[in-house]
Design a protein around this ligand. Structure first.
Ligand SMILES: O=C(CO)[C@H](O)[C@H](O)COP(=O)(O)O
Length: 219
């Protein structure tokens, strides 16, 4: 089974969490794309969606799935999204697709966060994947200096402007032993919009596609 097939299997398993008549938050990335494509097969069952990126909104609309602004939609029952890493507490690193801020907003507005991924994303300790941080452009050098003080190596992601008009700095070499504290600490640095740690609001359910089948972890 390829990694992509495992992502698709996880996305398919997440369909079971979709309730009739609901508005669903939709993530960003290749696993979320599988979920969007599968959701199209049951689009008459749902009321609408809220997208965490322009790319996901476009894909949903191509399938004829209604996309609402979060401010119109209100509190959502369900958010489905992928991740770059998850630990066993379902704390995540996200932002490989540069959509972390909108993803965190939509996750924060959802009662249940179902994370879908292939099994390689499950790790003992977060941090092998460089931590993405969304940064307001004028604060780039300030943020980079502060990250170095914390022991990280900041790398500005080339040719990347977020849907919010900002930069992504990927931070390598951070020891993420206390993900909640680090998430809060980084967000205190002026110029950081948010960082890709989803520890204060982890996933509620993690669905992994593995070579031997679906593995589901709950918080
Ligand atoms: O956080 C994300 C986008 O900002 C994605 O969920 C994360 O990068 C995983 O992507 P993929 O499903 O393509 O492996």
């Amino acid at each position: 089974m390829t990694q992509d097939e495992m992502k698709k299997a996880a996305a398919e398993a997440a369909l079971a969490y979709v309730e009739a008549g609901s508005i669903i938050g939709i993530g960003t990335g290749s696993t979320a794309n599988h979920f969007i494509d599968l959701l199209a097969g049951m689009k008459s069952k749902i009321e609408a969606t809220v997208a965490s990126s322009l790319a996901s909104a476009e894909r949903l609309q191509k399938h004829g799935i209604r996309v609402l602004d979060l401010n119109e939609a209100g509190q959502l029952a369900l958010y489905v999204d992928g991740a770059d890493e998850s630990n066993y507490q379902l704390q995540l690193i996200k932002g490989g697709g540069a959509a972390l801020t909108r993803e965190k907003i939509v996750a924060g507005a959802s009662d249940q966060f179902v994370c879908i991924a292939d099994g390689s994303k499950l790790v003992e300790v977060l941090g092998q994947f460089p931590l993405p941080i969304e940064v307001i452009p004028m604060a780039r050098e300030l943020v980079a200096r502060e990250i170095v003080k914390l022991g990280g190596k900041p790398v500005v992601r080339p040719n990347c402007i977020t849907d919010n008009g900002n930069l992504i700095i990927d931070v390598q070499g951070l020891a993420i032993t206390d993900a909640s504290s680090l998430e809060s600490q980084l967000n205190q640095i002026p110029g950081i919009v948010t960082n890709g740690l989803f520890a204060l609001r982890p996933a509620d359910v993690l669905i992994l596609g593995t070579p031997t089948g679906i593995q589901t972890l709950t918080a």
